[in-house]
Every structure is written in structure tokens, then in C-alpha cells.
Write a protein that binds this ligand. Structure first.
Ligand code: FAD
Length: 432
């Protein structure tokens, strides 16, 4: 017998359908960029909207590296999902983790055994890190895909400093290794270097400028491969100016306790390895019985419906959607936002008895920041920016996309403070 989750989750009925009146039920699983864009379309539509996420908040991933390096507070990049749905009369939120999808009987199962029926389902559960099977990488390195993980990295960074202050700098305790020279790796390396080489010296006066090392490892011949070569070179120069050692054409062979071994034979003793090298889909995807393609991503047709499923859409990082040339779309915020909105609109079209339309991705460009007044941007139409103009554009764009006035104000205030005080942010070790 199917258990159905009721509207306010206070009870579970053993059977039956709790749909509100005759409204068809649309379930959105995952409220990141893609899920939120779908919610925006469906919130006031003539459907019963059910939003499921393992967290009770949405996370603004592009700024997680700033939480990890004490530039921002955790709360600045998170927004409660119940607040997102506050004014929607026919929408409700369920905190739960997706465990199964039954496409035939049209329900999803959550890890704790609850079942949620759907008429249409949108899956937008994002991505996780890929460690490429490299020995020790998963066990001994840190990623920043979630808020918890970002706070954990911050704790580790400051614990290393505290350790060095008490025990001295030995065995590479203050060597921070970032693996992966894409946007996340470049942003992390730049932010740790600025934090370490500028902000922390006022607190840790016993440490000298050469005690902290930041190493960025990239297996290709340049950083930021998605950008024009000139911008890659600019990023490398700016990182070096901040004291980051950039190692190109180097591949990690294994990650051991306090030691990272490269295929070239080079070994780096370190205090912390941060992994920003590859993207995978969450492990649950392989258990959903849905078709998957490159990178384990869920295969979708041109309208973003999962191949072989009339009523399930997959959007954002977890979906293998393509551009007009058939190339997979990058796992970035813009494809997720546009895909989520498109899927929601197709559901409304289907409910109105119309045909679906193919998804057409509009490339608005890419950006990455390296540090104070240093960023790169490649905008639609081939416009390339670097330095202060790119940095200011990056700042404004990120504030614009944050949810909630409190978060926007808080981020602006924290950044201004950070800028004027040379990085004196929330440098606290939590837990422990
Ligand atoms: C550190 C970092 C920096 C980034 N920087 C940039 C950038 O500068 N620019 C850019 O364009 N992109 C950036 N990205 C990529 C961008 O954040 C993603 O492409 C985007 O978030 C994808 O949106 P999504 O909705 O597919 O997934 P997400 O935003 O990841 O949302 C997935 C949601 O699903 C939920 N979820 C996951 N598993 C389950 C489950 N089993 N059950 C229930 N809920 C679940 C999660 O809690 C989350 O709320 C960055 C990513 C990271 C990690």
C-alpha cells in the first residue's frame, strides 16, 4: 500500500490522494537554480505544487567558496524554502531526500519511506564531485558543493592556522592544495591566498609570509579552459601575484594522508586538499531507473522530458541537455535557470492540451573571479573583460541573483567590510 505525504506533513495517510481539488500535482525535487526557476513559473499556476529538497533552504552555490574562506556568513548564501513558497496558496514544501522514482505508478519515494504521488515531476537535484577513481581522493580531500561542506572547509583552514600557531609550521600544515583549474578552483585558490597572505597575518603574527603556501594543480595546459586563452593567462598571472603556485599539465595520482602524489613524480606535503576537479551526478541517480548518458547525467529529449517518460522532466546539472549542435550544456547556473523555467512551461502547455516546445539555450556568457579587483568575463557577443570592470560586473551579477533582500544587503555589507578591512570576515571554527 502506498503511503502518501499530506500537505503539512503532520500525518501520513495510508492511501488515497491528497491532491487539492482537481488541481494536477507537480512535484519539483531539488530547489537549486533549476528547481527555483520552475517554482517561479508554477507558484501561481493552476496546479498543486509540491517542492521536495533534502535541505529546508536553497543554496547559492557560486558563493560557497566565500563561505569556505570566511568572506561571507553561511546564512548569506542560503534562503529558506518555506519563505520562497510563503505566498503560494497551492504549494507546499517537504524536507526529504529522494530515493526512488516509480514512473509507472507515478510516485517518488523518499529515503525515510515517505511516498509522494505526482502527475508531473521535475528532477533538479544538481551535481556532486567526481574523483575519477583516484586513490584516496574522495576520502582525503574536501569539496564545496553544500553549505555544510563549505563551513567544514572553513573550519579546516582555521584549524590548520591554530595548529601551526601552537606547534609550528611543519609537514606542510599550512600548504593548501586546490585540485582543478576551472572557475571553482581558481576562485578558491585566489580567495585562500588573499585570506592567508593578507587577512590572517594580523591575527597570527608568529607566522611569516613564506609559511603559507597555496598550490593549484591543473591537468591541462591552462587554467579556465572554458575561457579565451588571454583570460586564462590573465588568471594565471593574477594568481601568481597573490602567491599561488600554479602547476599546469600535472595530474594527481593519489591522495595520501598529508601528501598528494602527482603522476610526474612530484609530491606535495600539505595540510588540506580541496577538490574542484570534476563533476558527477548524485549517486542516487543510478538507482532511479532512468536512462543516463555521459557523466551519468539523465538523458532528456529536446523538450527536457526524460527519454522514455512522458511525465518526468530533468533539468540543471543532473540532466544531459544539449545545445543546437548536440553538445552537452555546461553544468552552470544559466542552463539550470533556463531549463527549469522551460520544463515548468512545458508542463503548463501539456496541461492545457498543447504540444511541448524544444528547449533553446541562450548563452549569456561566463565569469570567474580571482580576487580583489581581479576577475574575467566572457559575455555573449564575444565581449571579453578582465580586471576591475569584470570584478564589478561579477559582484553586481551575483548580488542580483541572490534571493531575499536581507541576503543581498548582508552580502553587500560583508563585501564592503571585507574590502575595506582587507578580509576580516567570519573567521570562526564551528563545532569541535
Ligand atoms: C562551488 C561552486 C561554484 C560555482 N560557481 C558557479 C559560477 O560562478 N557560475 C555558474 O554559472 N555556476 C557556478 N556553479 C555551478 C552552479 O552552481 C550549478 O550549475 C547550479 O547550481 C546547478 O543548478 P541545479 O538546480 O541543477 O542544482 P543545484 O543548484 O545544485 O540544486 C540541487 C538541489 O537539489 C537538492 N538535492 C540534491 N540531492 C537531493 C536528493 N536526493 N533529494 C532531495 N533534494 C536533493 C539540493 O539540496 C539542492 O537544493 C558553481 C558550483 C559550485 C559547486
Amino acid at each position: 500500500m502506498v503511503k502518501t505525504v499530506d500537505q503539512d506533513q503532520s500525518t501520513q495517510s495510508q492511501s488515497g490522494d491528497l491532491r487539492q481539488g482537481s488541481r494536477p500535482r507537480v512535484v519539483v525535487v531539488g530547489a537549486g537554480f533549476a528547481g527555483l526557476a520552475a517554482i517561479e513559473v508554477l507558484r501561481d499556476a493552476p496546479v498543486e505544487l509540491v517542492v521536495v529538497d533534502r535541505h529546508n533552504f536553497t543554496t547559492f552555490q557560486p558563493l560557497l567558496y566565500q563561505v569556505a574562506t570566511a568572506g561571507l556568513n553561511a546564512g548569506d548564501v542560503a534562503y529558506p524554502l518555506r519563505t520562497v513558497l510563503r505566498r503560494a496558496r497551492h504549494a507546499h514544501f517537504i524536507q526529504g531526500t529522494l530515493a526512488e522514482v516509480d514512473a509507472k505508478r507515478r510516485f517518488i519515494g523518499l529515503e525515510d519511506g515517505r511516498i509522494v504521488d505526482y502527475d508531473y515531476l521535475i528532477l533538479g537535484i544538481g551535481a556532486s564531485a567526481s574523483f575519477f577513481g583516484i586513490p584516496g581522493a574522495e576520502e582525503r580531500s574536501h569539496t564545496i558543493y553544500t553549505l555544510d561542506a563549505a563551513v567544514d572547509v572553513r573550519n579546516h583552514i582555521f584549524q590548520r592556522f591554530e595548529y601551526a600557531a601552537s606547534h609550528g609550521v611543519h609537514d606542510g600544515v599550512l600548504t593548501f592544495v586546490v585540485v582543478g583549474g576551472g572557475a571553482t578552483g581558481v576562485e578558491l585558490a585566489g580567495a585562500i591566498a588573499e585570506l592567508a597572505h593578507r587577512a590572517l597575518y594580523t591575527d597570527f603574527t608568529m607566522l611569516g609570509p613564506d609559511d603559507v603556501k597555496v598550490v593549484l594543480i591543473e591537468q591541462r595546459g591552462r587554467l579556465l579552459e572554458a575561457f579565451h586563452e588571454d583570460l586564462s593567462e590573465y588568471a594565471r598571472r593574477e594568481l601568481r601575484a597573490r602567491g599561488v603556485t600554479v602547476l599546469l599539465n600535472e595530474t594527481v595520482e593519489s591522495v595520501e594522508e598529508g601528501l598528494i602524489v602527482l603522476k610526474s613524480g612530484r609530491e606535495i606535503r600539505n595540510g588540506l586538499v580541496l577538490w574542484a576537479a570534476g563533476i558527477a551526478v548524485p549517486p542516487v541517480v543510478s538507482k532511479l531507473g532512468l536512462p543516463t548518458g555521459r557523466g551519468g547525467r539523465i538523458m532528456v529529449g529536446s523538450d527536457l522530458r526524460v527519454v522514455g517518460s512522458d511525465r518526468i522532466f530533468a533539468v540543471g546539472d543532473v540532466a544531459l541537455s544539449t545545445n543546437r549542435d548536440g553538445a552537452p550544456l555546461p553544468q552552470l547556473a544559466q542552463p539550470a535557470l533556463q531549463g527549469g523555467e522551460h520544463a515548468a512551461r512545458q508542463i503548463l502547455a501539456l496541461l492545457a492540451g498543447s504540444e511541448t516546445e524544444p528547449f533553446r539555450y541562450r548563452d549569456k556568457g561566463i565569469m570567474a573571479t580571482i580576487g580583489r579587483r581581479a576577475a574575467v568575463a566572457e559575455l555573449a557577443g564575444g565581449v571579453r573583460l578582465h580586471g576591475t570592470p569584470a570584478w564589478v560586473s561579477w559582484l553586481l551579477l551575483h548580488v542580483a541573483f541572490l534571493l531575499g533582500s536581507r541576503n543581498k544587503a548582508s552580502v553587500l555589507m560583508n563585501w564592503s567590510w571585507h574590502y575595506l578591512s582587507w578580509g576580516k570576515g567570519p573567521r570562526v571554527i564551528l563545532g569541535g
